[in-house]
Ligand binder design. Structure first.
Ligand code: ADE
Length: 261
């Protein structure tokens, strides 16, 4: 997969040289190119922002450097990239979106600083290519760069060959499939007793079916406690008798509308 990032802080993306994503780049699985937006300015101050029309606090990113940068990166490509603009006013970035992006051959990220990018840039490129304005959560960052790091890591680990055999994306929290929409439960390693805390004995039993059931119980309990709205969404997909017992024991109560199809 090719990933281009245009930013006024190219140095912000140094973490993409490290660990899993760094390794994927060195293996040639991920081709990440970071560009300095100011390279597409033409004044001595390399200005990328200006005051907002209509007044108000802060500055707005000028359209010209962005359009020149995006046009240069895209060049004369027959199949242009998907353009992703991080913004707190975007659609939520979820595991489902990460899986969708992981299927793309080319992503172009345009993280903004200040109050955002002049909206005409989105109007222009929204008409020319697939454009998503996405938010990584209901909080406001100082700029889109950290959001790009989050998205590149979430997408990059899904690419074929990036995770080793030992790891798997199949039972991630939020992964589609059997454990869909359940949070992952607790995990343990050696020693079997640490500061008086024991590893749950079932995990040492060698009984794989019982371990799988225990893990599901724990996932249900944790999800009921931390994300009850996810459990409400599960009802339709069919929960077995034991699931319902565990949820009842965890004091989770379904609303009548959760049970409808
Ligand atoms: N830029 C600032 N806050 C953001 C957020 N929550 N998600 C994406 N981009 C952002």
């Amino acid at each position: 997969m090719r990933v281009d990032i245009i930013s006024i802080f190219p140095e912000y993306f140094a973490p993409l040289d490290v660990s899993l994503i760094g390794k994927a780049r060195r293996k040639g699985l991920l081709d990440i190119r970071v560009h300095q937006l100011r390279d597409w300015t033409h004044d001595v101050h390399r200005t990328v922002d200006d005051t907002p029309y209509g007044g108000g606090p802060g500055m707005v990113m000028k359209p010209e450097p962005w359009s020149e940068a995006i046009d240069t990166v895209i060049g004369s490509a027959e199949t242009p990239p998907r353009l992703i603009v991080p913004t707190p006013s975007g659609r939520p970035f979820t595991q489902e979106v990460a899986l969708e992006y992981a299927k793309e051959p080319w992503l172009l990220f345009a993280p903004a600083r200040y109050e955002g990018i002049d909206a005409r840039v989105m109007a222009e490129y929204g008409a020319r290519l697939r454009l998503d304005e996405v938010s990584i959560g209901d909080y406001v960052l100082a700029g889109g760069e950290a959001a790009v790091l989050v998205m590149v890591e979430a997408v990059g680990r899904l690419l074929p060959g990036v995770l080793g055999n030992a790891e798997s994306v199949a039972d991630d929290s939020f992964a589609p499939g059997a454990m869909a929409s359940l949070l992952e439960g607790p995990v343990y390693t050696k020693p079997p007793v640490w500061r008086g805390h024991e590893v749950p004995p079932i995990l040492l039993s060698g009984n794989h079916a019982a371990i799988a059931r225990w893990r599901r119980d724990e996932a249900l309990r944790r999800t009921a406690a931390r994300r009850p709205e996810l459990v409400a969404g599960l009802a339709r997909k069919g929960l077995d008798k034991r699931d319902l017992e565990v949820l009842d024991d965890a004091s989770f109560r379904f609303m009548p509308e959760d049970m409808a199809d």
